[in-house]
Design a protein around this ligand. Structure first.
Ligand SMILES: C[S@@+](CC[C@H](N)C(=O)[O-])C[C@H]1O[C@@H](n2cnc3c(N)ncnc32)[C@H](O)[C@@H]1O
Length: 237
């Protein structure tokens, strides 16, 4: 059941969009990012290394989609991946079965996670937060299910910080990417939504401030590929 006051319309639209693009999602992710998205997800795991190395550590990947990050985490520690799009999870499940990882996938809403408070040492969310109908409730849920001394890592598109590169990237993101993404996936709308949702999403500093206000401690972020994406880290003490 959605939390009270949530924009149910946005949630439904987002889920339907991922149902449509699920079959081409992985191909386009890797193609449109020139495979750099794989390095970004690996960096998330590196930044959680000390937490994952703890005895009996467990991880949760929220908005896990086709399970790329969940599989990376699941090579280190038992990991649960959660997503509300069945079609994305079906593709993810095939990947899990072919991998050497310990991952359990679950169909559930990130805004109402079906876990008790303080259940996981590491909680991740890759390219999911921006899609949530309510970012703050998403961050609140991540914080709630995180154990004390645990760490959250949010990987998301952000604002490029290098002048010149910023303009070049924006041209690619707004004009080239929707054409290729639209042609291959058959959903131009989905690949127009991507850049516009990034424009509306808080930039690096803003997201860090939101996390601090929500109670996350030791909040910091690392820019990836000149700020095209960023990983925000926050802890629960
Ligand atoms: C851009 S994909 C990211 C998938 C994956 N984490 C990755 O790195 O490729 C965003 C995912 O968020 C999921 N999602 C969006 N809102 C959600 C919600 N409220 N609860 C669970 N999953 C959600 C979508 O179904 C989609 O699979």
């Amino acid at each position: 059941m959605p939390a009270i006051g949530i924009n149910v319309g946005k949630a439904r639209q987002v889920r339907e969009m991922f149902v449509r693009i699920a079959p081409s999602y992985d191909l386009l992710n890797h193609l449109l990012s020139f495979n750099i998205d794989k390095l970004w997800r690996r960096r998330v795991v590196e930044l959680l290394r000390d937490v994952l190395d703890r005895p009996s550590a467990e991880a949760l990947d929220v908005c896990c989609g086709t399970a790329d990050l969940a599989v990376e985490l699941g090579r280190q520690v038992p990991t649960v991946g959660v997503d509300f799009c069945h079609q994305m999870l079906l593709i993810g499940n095939k990947k899990v079965l072919q991998s050497n990882s310990f991952v359990y996938l679950l169909e559930a809403d990130a805004l109402s996670l079906p876990f008790a408070d303080e259940s996981f040492d590491a909680v991740t969310c890759a390219f999911g937060l921006r899609n949530l109908a309510d970012i703050k409730i998403g961050l609140q849920e991540i914080y709630r299910v995180m154990r004390r001394e645990g760490r959250a890592a949010i990987l998301e598109f952000s604002q490029p910080v290098i002048p010149g590169f910023r303009q070049l990237f924006k041209f690619y993101f707004h004009h080239v990417l929707p054409l290729i993404g639209g042609a291959i996936s058959g959903s131009l709308a989905a690949y127009k939504y991507l850049p516009s949702s990034v424009e509306e999403f808080p930039d690096q500093e803003c997201l860090a401030e939101i996390m601090r206000r929500m109670g996350y401690q030791n909040v910091r972020y690392e820019n990836l590929t000149g700020g095209v994406a960023a990983i925000h880290l926050g802890e629960k003490r």
